[in-house]
Design a protein around this ligand. Structure first.
Ligand code: GBE
Length: 490
């Protein structure tokens, strides 16, 4: 049924990892303090103030650079076992390269890690959550093949300094957002908009960089504390718009050419990009008179080098779309969108009070996506590294309480009825933060941040209490009703 499963008294396994997530650019502030250099997000919001809905930026954000002890306290109040945060590359390597290592940057993260360990909370580090040093973008960024070495050198500095205290690593957060939306489009930094070309170059180099860091970790650092490393991929669920063969094909094609674009090379038995994607881009490139396909190819050695380079499947999920085949050309020519040729919409009946217009509440989609990943990638262990809801602010966040209840219900059914191997779940986000193009208009936090107060005061919302209760009891509240979506009726 709609909420992903009927009322049950399923519980979460006692060793299930409950976590909460944040990202450097969205919470830290101190954008140019203590030696940190400009990231591509600093550069974008400073040179194009109209990019952000409320004209704001991450210069100060939640000022976690100065309030990380309060953050660690909040994490402890929630009772989570693990805290996922990201490290800012330009805070560690101001030139982007290892000729200059910023000790004050290392110190900040070392202090944060110690605060977490003191509170019995396991740190999980996301090595890259979108904030590339601008100096590297100036020489091509992810479209420059040498970025594989630059990223590997950066990751080695983190492993050398933190692998004895950090057990969980995520190489990239949502690589598709960087490559498809940032290099192919204008929705994310560096807003290159070189659709049809740059999204494929970015992805090609980024996947090689991922594998390079996986092997570095596997060979030299895993033994330090039996650490684990993976990647966090974002995916909507794709439901066929109508129950017809074409729409079923469109839904499968969406998953293969978006999630599979990154998952197939790493998690599938055969490796490499999905066959559908290779075929579509090769054919379109030929028709468009390109001498060679716009999709770069992996050599057989590279296909093997990439295969199996993760201990878990990190999944960021928020919402669902209805898919159908396009009748005729869609999107710019050339572009990934045009290459794939499908159309996605959302059902107007789906609850949609969220401040993020794309975020519709569709719990069954979460359960079906987990089942699809389990089936497609041979029951790979999954860690849901982000899931959450946005509103316009407020402490008694009933819609967020309802969203989490429904999505956790769907998760319980995925675990107990669909036998998906899910090892953990992280709420996005610990606190209200800079929501990229939505600025501070859309709030995702379990804690409300008063951005006008000097200390960026954090206060627990009703959803923080719900989440803490679920973690303590390992179950949904007895009062939870899978059929009740009233919290969303506007
Ligand atoms: O229909 S549209 O094409 O107009 C918009 C597509 C919807 N996307 C889906 C992927 N999602 C990534 C989520 O992004 C993740 O989730 C959080 C909340 O956004 C961010 O704050 C995190 O940094 C990020 O990891 C952003 C919105």
């Amino acid at each position: 049924n709609f909420s992903g499963g009927l009322k049950s008294n399923y519980t979460f396994p006692k060793d299930f990892l409950f976590g909460v997530s944040t990202a450097a650019y969205q919470i830290e502030g101190a954008w140019n303090e203590d030696g940190k250099s400009e990231s591509i997000w600093d550069h974008l919001v400073h040179t194009n103030a109209s990019f952000v809905k409320d004209g704001s930026n991450g210069d100060v954000a939640a000022d976690s650079y100065h309030h990380y002890k309060r953050d660690a306290e909040m994490v402890q109040e929630l009772g989570v076992n693990i805290y996922r945060f990201s490290i800012s590359w330009p805070r560690i390597l101001p030139t982007g390269l290892t000729n200059q290592i910023n000790e004050l940057g290392l110190k900040y993260y070392s202090n944060l890690i110690d605060e977490l360990i003191k509170r019995n909370v396991t740190p999980m580090v996301t090595i890259y959550h979108w904030d590339l040093p601008q100096k590297l973008q100036n020489i091509g960024g992810w479209s420059n093949a040498h970025i594989v070495d630059y990223y590997t050198d950066y990751a080695k500095v983190l492993f050398d300094n933190f692998s004895n205290r950090v057990k969980y690593w995520v190489t990239f957060n949502e690589p598709m957002q960087t490559c498809l939306e940032g290099y192919g489009g204008t929705y994310r930094a560096p807003v290159l908009n070189r659709h049809g070309i740059a999204e494929y170059l970015c992805t090609h180099n980024l996947l090689k960089a991922h594998a390079s860091v996986y092997h570095l970790f596997n060979e030299n650092y895993r033994h330090v504390n039996k650490g684990k490393i993976g990647m966090s991929l974002d995916s909507n669920w794709a439901e066929p718009k109508t129950d017809t063969p074409q729409d079923r094909e469109a839904a499968e094609l969406y998953l293969n050419t978006h999630l599979g674009w990154y998952a197939n090379p790493v998690y599938s038995k055969e490796g490499n990009y999905p066959k559908d994607l290779i075929k579509l881009v090769d054919e379109k490139s030929l028709q468009q008179n390109y001498t060679r396909s716009r999709l770069p190819k992996f050599t057989p050695e590279e296909v093997n080098y990439l295969k199996g380079t993760a201990d878990f499947f990190g999944l960021n999920h928020y919402t669902t779309y209805l898919l159908s085949m396009a009748d005729g050309e869609v999107g710019a020519i050339p572009s990934h969108e045009n290459d794939v040729g499908i159309v996605r919409v959302q059902d107007p009946k789906w609850p949609s009070d969220s401040s993020s217009t794309w975020l519709k509440v569709v719990p069954f989609g979460f359960r079906r996506l987990l089942k699809w990943i389990t089936k497609t990638y041979n029951n790979v262990p999954i860690i849901v590294t982000e899931n959450g809801y946005a509103d316009f602010s407020g402490l008694d966040d009933k819609a967020r309480v309802s969203y989490y209840s429904h999505y956790l219900n769907a998760l319980l059914h995925a675990i107990h009825e669909d036998n998906s191997t899910v090892e953990g779940y992280f709420a996005w986000s610990l606190m209200d933060n800079f929501e990229w193009d939505d600025g501070y208009v859309s709030r995702f936090g379990l804690y409300l941040v008063d951005f006008k107060s000097p200390n960026k005061t954090r206060t627990a919302k009703s959803s923080a209490k719900l989440y803490a209760e679920v973690i303590r009891s390992r179950a949904l509240p007895a009062a939870y009703d899978p059929e009740d979506f009233t919290a969303f009726s506007g």
